[in-house]
Design a protein around this ligand. Structure first.
Ligand code: SF4
Ligand code: SF4
Length: 323
């Protein structure tokens, strides 16, 4: 666990809950998309084009849905969740509704002050995930937020001074940042943070600009070997499973053709409470009408949430968790 709020004795509690959710075939991880609005300008995602009027359809709270699914891991995401002024109340309601859980918040970080982070932490957030694809101004340009990287780097130590230990970078692996991955890991380590990688996809809006070229795959093998060697020497910084990292190059070479199991161990709720099997599929039904998903013949992405849901609970994964 990447936060000092958890102790070793929490591991059996989570293990029992994990086993219960697995046996009953219920989602382990539920993403609450509290808004689709966003003030970034990412080229691979169209959420920022969502009109301000969409606010009228956003639920005031997700506690009933959280109680219904009773998952082990809960992620608040968007759009940009910090645009919601009532985010503290939403998180607090969910925090009270579910007993054994780990709550994360995914943000671009452009508006997150240390003080607001503390309020969100007090409301129940265990881990803050900052999107970070480069360590310099290229990240500001890619997200369309001037000064974003510098702001994130200033905010993190301030958050830590306020007692927040669960901080992680979420890094999208794309065409022009594969040589940035190890530097991002080293920066995360020096800051006392984690880092989680996820494959770029064009499934959000068809933008192929970030897809790796076939000519980069041998170089990417070397990068993955470096990441795995780093993980073997030091667990607890890179939070992906070894399994997911090993399979990323295989996915990019077209070697993985298994049906996607999204919607079985992870689901997404949109701002109105409708359920999607993954972030990029349309909603199927309201959460009150939830029906269990079956695997689907789709291979459009290899998001971490897809690949990690397939990762077996091997010894090295347990070592990650304990680290
Ligand atoms: S990827 Fe995230 S930060 Fe970028 S536009 Fe989409 S919701 Fe906003
Ligand atoms: S592969 Fe799975 S997670 Fe990815 S877009 Fe298709 S259904 Fe969604």
């Amino acid at each position: 666990m990447l936060t000092n709020e958890f102790r070793l004795w929490h591991v059996p509690l989570f293990a029992v809950k994990y086993a219960w959710l697995s046996v009953t075939k219920r989602p382990i991880l539920v993403h609450f998309e509290v808004t689709e609005r966003c003030n970034a300008r990412c080229g691979f995602c169209d959420y920022w084009k969502t009109p301000a009027s969409a606010k009228d359809n956003e639920l005031n709270g997700f506690a009933d849905a959280a109680r219904f699914f009773n998952p082990m891991v809960i992620t608040f995401t968007g759009g940009e969740p910090t645009l919601r002024r009532d985010l503290e109340e939403i998180i607090s309601g969910v925090n009270k509704a579910v007993k054994v859980k780990y709550i994360t918040l995914l943000t671009h970080g452009g508006m997150l002050t240390p003080e607001r982070a503390k309020r969100l932490h007090d409301a129940g957030v265990n881990q803050f995930n900052f999107s970070l694809d480069y360590l310099d101004e290229r990240h500001d340009t890619a997200r369309g937020i001037p000064g974003l990287t510098a702001r994130i780097m200033r905010t993190i130590p301030e958050m830590q001074r306020l007692g927040i230990s669960g901080i992680r970078f979420n890094t999208v692996v794309k065409r022009d940042n594969i040589r940035e991955l190890m530097p991002i890991v080293r920066r995360a380590e020096s800051l006392g943070c984690g880092v989680n990688f996820s494959c770029y996809t064009d499934s959000k809006n068809g933008n192929e600009a970030g897809l790796l070229d076939d000519s980069q795959l041998d170089e990417f093998d070397d990068v993955i070997a470096e990441l795995l060697a780093y993980k073997r020497a030091r667990r607890g910084v890179i939070t992906n499973s070894d399994y997911y990292l090993e399979r990323m190059p295989r996915y990019l070479r077209g070697e993985l053709t298994d049906p996607c199991r999204s919607g079985i161990r992870t689901i997404h709720l949109d701002p109105s409470g409708n359920v999607k099997r993954c972030p990029d599929f349309p909603a199927d039904f309201h959460w009150r009408d939830f029906r269990k998903y079956k695997p689907i013949d789709c291979n459009a992405c290899y998001y971490a949430c897809r690949g990690e849901a397939e990762a077996p609970l091997r010894v090295n994964r347990l070592r990650d968790i304990v680290a």
